[in-house]
Design a protein around this ligand. Structure first.
Ligand code: MSP
Length: 510
């Protein structure tokens, strides 16, 4: 039986259209899902939309629409974005689905039975934009009033509320982090979360009574569940909880929740506490990605610099966008999106480095080897060195991607591609054609084999272009897993006519 791997994105709020920041996490999760499938895992990849709460209710009211109609429209936009980004998600969950209400109610009841829920009253600060409660000591003064540390405006809230006994979970959470050192990542986020929990926890308000757009609390429908209790539960709804005999339950605990760093606390503190209270195993790892700025500025509607990832993919090609986003910023760090840098990487790394190496090798094979894969010839030191670098790629990527160091993994492949370019220049197969036709064949065979490895391991990042490259290298579609690299392609494999995979992009001048 294959080992399982369950990876998720955050479920996105449907208060506005999707932008490149959402696409960023979705693409990263997709790369992880595709990588694990390539490595022989049985993968479940979940994404979706977070549709309840005050923020979404307010956005619907501002649009003059009934909330359900409003969320249906925006969720559809997120589904379209997900598909256009090439996401291979196995399911798309919406928190307004009936099955989610069932799961949330079941989780609530289990936590209540464990004695971790009590009725009280909340009096304090709330930021609708963050859907988060803040202590007075966390706020900063500004000319317009008090602000949350995220810059979100806060309002004073006084209402009856159910509470989760989070304070009582402090020691158990710390023991859990201690016993599971991979749970909190990367280390910057880990340190923040540890110091937050060590600083002492207060009980968490988990219901609201001042609005109605949410899931009713079991037995007390005057309350709706706090939107984060509702939202986090999506990860188990999708697997069929509470029906533990559900087929998909075998994917729990999740192997990887990918989240933006601003929502690390919810996933790293509240979520494992809710789960442990209900007797459910916590996820294995939560990894927080950094924030993307746009040409050096925070992305915002008022600045007018919001990037639509679908328009970008239409214009420059999906794989170039995916490659750029995964390559440019070390995953986990903050980073910047710049159009110039994207086009720079398209032209240098994709068109020049990889595209040219493939095009040069494949067109020589087409012209001089009858479009067939030549046999492996006597191996020189240079051949062996390049082959060894390529053979080390699966392990090198595994080591990096298991830590979500996606950009580092890509760099390992580029080391081989750069070495491949030096090799072809040095061996000069175009000259060997006249002097030593057998050696020319051997050189081209080394290049074809090395390109096959590079294209195989790059499939998770650039699925369409690497599929095209593997087609041209004569690799059958059912022989494209990492495990298949152990078996050489038969000599004489017919290679289809080569076609450039990566176009260069020239900016139109105004
Ligand atoms: N609905 C909550 C998540 C609930 S998960 C149980 C939420 N939604 S959100 O729509 O605000 O999406 C936030 C996520 O989108 C971030 O955590 C991050 O993954 C991604 N990003 C949104 N803007 C981003 C950037 N500018 N840069 C990088 N990622 C960004 O929070």
């Amino acid at each position: 039986m294959k080992p399982t791997f369950y990876v998720t994105t955050p479920i996105y709020y449907v208060n506005g259209a999707p932008h490149v920041g959402h696409a960023y996490t979705t693409i990263a999760a997709d790369v992880m899902a595709r990588w694990k499938r390539l490595d022989g895992y049985d993968v479940f990849f979940l994404t979706g939309t977070d549709e309840h709460g005050q923020k979404v209710e307010k956005a619907a009211a501002d649009a003059g629409m009934p909330p359900q109609l409003f969320v249906d429209g925006i969720s559809a936009q997120f589904q379209a974005m997900t598909a256009r980004m090439g996401s291979s998600n196995d399911a798309f969950i919406r928190t307004t689905e009936e099955r989610h209400k069932v799961t949330c109610s079941a989780l609530w009841e289990r936590v209540a039975e464990a004695g971790d829920i009590y009725l009280g009253g909340y009096e304090g600060w709330y930021a609708i934009r963050d859907e988060a409660f803040y202590g007075a000591d966390e706020l900063v003064d500004s000319p317009g009033g008090k602000l949350a540390p995220t810059g979100a405006p806060v309002e004073w809230v006084t209402e009856p509320s159910y509470f989760f006994r989070l304070a009582a979970w402090q020691e158990r959470l710390l023991a859990f982090y201690e016993a599971n050192p991979d749970f909190l990542a990367p280390s910057s986020t880990r340190n923040e979360v540890l110091s937050f929990v060590r600083g002492g926890l207060t009980d968490l308000s988990i219901s609201r009574t001042s609005f109605t757009w949410g899931i009713p609390v079991p037995g007390d429908p005057a309350h709706v569940m706090y939107v984060w209790f509702d939202a986090l539960t999506n990860y188990i709804t999708a697997l069929g909880y509470p029906a533990k005999d559900a087929d998909l339950w075998r994917f729990w605990p999740a192997d990887l929740h990918l989240v933006g760093k601003e929502i690390a606390r919810f996933h790293m503190v509240f979520w494992p506490a809710f789960l442990m209270s209900a007797g459910i195993a916590p996820p294995r790892r939560v990894f927080a990605n950094g924030w993307l700025t746009i040409e050096g500025e925070k992305m915002s509607k008022s600045v007018g610099n919001v990037i639509d990832p679908m328009a970008l993919a239409d214009e420059l090609g999906l794989d170039a966008v995916r490659f750029y986003l995964m390559r440019e910023v070390p995953f986990g760090n903050d980073g910047n999106y710049s159009r110039r840098a994207l086009i720079g990487r398209m032209n240098t790394e994709l068109a020049n480095d990889l595209g040219n190496l493939a095009q040069r090798s494949l067109s020589l094979l087409a012209k001089n080897c009858d479009g067939k894969l030549p046999p492996v010839g006597p191996t020189t030191e240079d051949d062996a060195a390049l082959r060894a670098m390529a053979a080390a790629l699966p392990d090198a990527l595994r080591a990096r991607l298991d830590r979500q160091a996606i950009g580092d993994g890509i760099e390992e492949v580029w080391k081989v591609i750069r070495a491949g370019n030096s090799y072809i220049d040095k061996q000069a197969p175009w000259a060997l054609r006249k002097t030593d036709i057998d050696r020319m064949g051997s050189v081209l065979r080394v290049l074809a084999d090395v390109l096959r490895v590079a294209a195989t391991v790059l499939q998770p990042v650039m699925p369409d272009s690497m599929a095209a490259m593997l087609d041209q290298l004569g690799v059958p579609p059912d022989r494209r897993l990492l495990a298949d690299l152990a078996t050489a392609l038969p000599d004489g494999t017919v290679l289809p006519a080569p076609q450039g995979v990566f176009p260069r992009h020239v900016e139109a001048t105004a």
